[in-house]
Design a protein around this ligand. Structure first.
Ligand code: HEM
Length: 218
């Protein structure tokens, strides 16, 4: 733990005071920072490209109800629900305790990511994409994110929306297309106009949606 704290303090010191890196005894191998430009890790040139984008697998709530969250819209109490419109727009019931994927729901069975699929720093979203609750290639949408969080993990509707909004805004997803890369910079696929928006680095974006601790990463 002491070496971790020492390492952590060296890293923060080095980025704040670059001359630290030149001091004797400082292990500079710890100071690899993710640069999301060009062909660097997380950059557009090294970002997997799937030419045949397929959205998340459709839900069959009659057979596999999960939490019934659909199309990311607000929950409408049954008494106020108008037949022709609101039935299609449900938030989750907020009740968990069911198996995911449901036995027999082959559309949501695990499929390993291919070389053209984007995965990123969030194990929750990576697993959702592996199971088709998010687009398998990792280019997802606001609605897919809000529905998947509720249907898979029973995340509350408001938190699911908040995280999706943070994902879209903090890590520069696209507010027009409502698309977000769950990993590297896929601006050519998320942006409504790359010339106007500039780079949309996705969840890999450095210093965007990021914490200084990790369960699994240095
Ligand atoms: C729209 C929803 C979500 C977004 C935008 C999101 C985004 C992220 C990002 C950017 C990180 C990396 C943070 C870092 O490197 O410091 C992360 C980490 C993580 N996320 Fe998510 N997340 C979402 C939902 C979820 C859900 C639903 C779960 C679990 C049920 C989850 C579990 C985790 C865990 C455990 C980590 C820590 C991984 C590690 O560092 O070891 N996330 N998330």
């Amino acid at each position: 733990m002491r070496s971790v704290i020492a390492a952590a303090s060296v890293i923060s010191a080095a980025s704040a005071f670059p001359w630290v890196a030149t001091q004797g005894g400082v292990d500079t191998s710890l100071m690899k920072r993710q640069q999301s430009g060009g062909s660097n890790p997380g950059g557009p040139q090294s970002c997997p490209f799937n030419p045949n984008h397929v959205p998340a697998a459709p839900y069959n709530f009659t057979r596999y109800p999960y939490n019934g969250a659909q199309n990311g819209k607000a929950y409408v109490l049954p008494v106020f629900r108008f037949e022709h419109h609101s039935n299609k727009h449900n938030s989750g019931k907020g009740v968990g305790g069911y198996q995911v994927p449901a036995p027999g729901d082959t559309d949501h069975y695990f499929v390993a990511p291919k070389s053209t699929d984007i995965r990123g720093p969030c194990p929750g979203l990576n697993a959702a994409a592996n199971h088709g609750f998010l687009a398998h290639d990792g280019i997802t949408t606001f609605n897919e994110l809000v529905d998947a969080q509720q249907n898979i993990y029973n995340v509350g509707y408001d938190l699911a929306q908040l995280l999706a909004v943070l994902g879209l805004t903090l890590t520069d997803g696209d507010l027009v297309t409502e698309k977000l890369s769950i990993g590297c910079d896929a601006t050519t696929r998320t942006s409504f106009n790359p010339a106007l928006t500039g780079s949309e680095p996705g969840l890999d974006g450095h210093n965007k949606f990021e914490a200084d601790t990790s369960l699994t990463r240095k």
